[in-house]
Design a protein around this ligand. Sequence first.
Ligand SMILES: Cc1cc2nc3c(=O)[nH]c(=O)nc-3n(C[C@H](O)[C@H](O)[C@H](O)COP(=O)(O)OP(=O)(O)OC[C@H]3O[C@@H](n4cnc5c(N)ncnc54)[C@H](O)[C@@H]3O)c2cc1C
Length: 337
Amino acid sequence: MVTIIGGGIAGTVLAGALARDGISATVYERRDAVGAGAFLVLDGPAHETLGELGVDTSALRAISHPVNGLAVHEVSCASRVVPGAGRRLYFRPQLMRVLTDFAAAANADIRYGCAVGAFDGDTVRVGAEAVPVAGPLIAADGIDSMVRACLEPDRPAVYADQVVVYGVTDNAVPLPSEQSLLHFQIHRVGDGPRTDAFGHLWNDRIAAWFARITRPAISGQDVGFHPTATWADAVRAVAPDIPDVVESMLADTDRVHVSNARDVPLTAALPPRDDVVLCGDADHAISPAAGVGAREAIEDARALHRAITTDTSIAAAMATRRADIVRERTQARRPRN
Ligand SMILES: Cc1cc2nc3c(=O)[nH]c(=O)nc-3n(C[C@H](O)[C@H](O)[C@H](O)COP(=O)(O)OP(=O)(O)OC[C@H]3O[C@@H](n4cnc5c(N)ncnc54)[C@H](O)[C@@H]3O)c2cc1C
């Protein structure tokens, strides 16, 4: 028996995979339904891991869009295209629908509309009720994890210096750029190493775009959807070299989702425990700019699934995950020749 807080990507996948192996997991998810929010890209390893855990990869293919390559365009540099390597673009509601169908088919016990208000080591507070924690507690409760706040109050999420604006056009918009490539227009900020970016991908069914803008954080109450016009000038400033693409996207986008890019640093994290572990964004969220947070959360779910089904230490499994994540992120930051 396992208790999971958070029925997002990691919690849902883990609960479904455990239930398939006959291990019951109770998931408490505060929202009535999951899946609101922007689009995201899952890479090849994320898809392999989902397949390994039993998620129907043909259902994933049916709802997603191929990313044939990453095309990076920077002023005064030659454009370069990196192979897509199995990446696909998802709208979050559709991805969550496939994952919740997977968990439901395995008879996982996911309780929506159940916010967990506190954790005291033995019980979780669900509404007015103190519920004893059955088995280990997996905190998959996202970047503002209540459990991390209880266990490690000195490790809050920190602003990563960029506001991210996500938009999806109301119609398919044919553009002058090559379709099914994720184009990044890189815009250097001043003379320093910082870069802003405008990204877009289109095909004959959809057109999606984002902007990453270096600036002070927006207030918590401003996180969410806004009319496109509110952010249009800031978006234009990020991609001055492709005004035709930007204007086509802005003109056909009704509203944008705006949020602060944030990280949960792993430096100074307390060691994972066997009675309670943090999983996914709750433990090591990384700015959307990295494009790997969801894959890391899915890989955490696989590591925990393996530990629980083989009756080995979940603390050791998450300690190994953290070491792998730190190594991979360090490699990703190394300049390439
Ligand atoms: C704009 C944006 C773009 C991104 N793009 C990408 C991308 O392209 N590729 C990529 O790999 N990653 C991307 N990410 C990161 C990715 O979304 C996260 O890493 C991923 O969602 C983490 O999964 P998770 O299950 O750990 O957390 P979440 O998916 O956030 O799930 C946490 C769940 O816990 C629930 N919860 C929280 N508190 C409680 C509580 N007290 N009680 C009960 N339930 C609770 C929440 O409602 C939520 O459903 C992006 C993130 C953002 C913000």
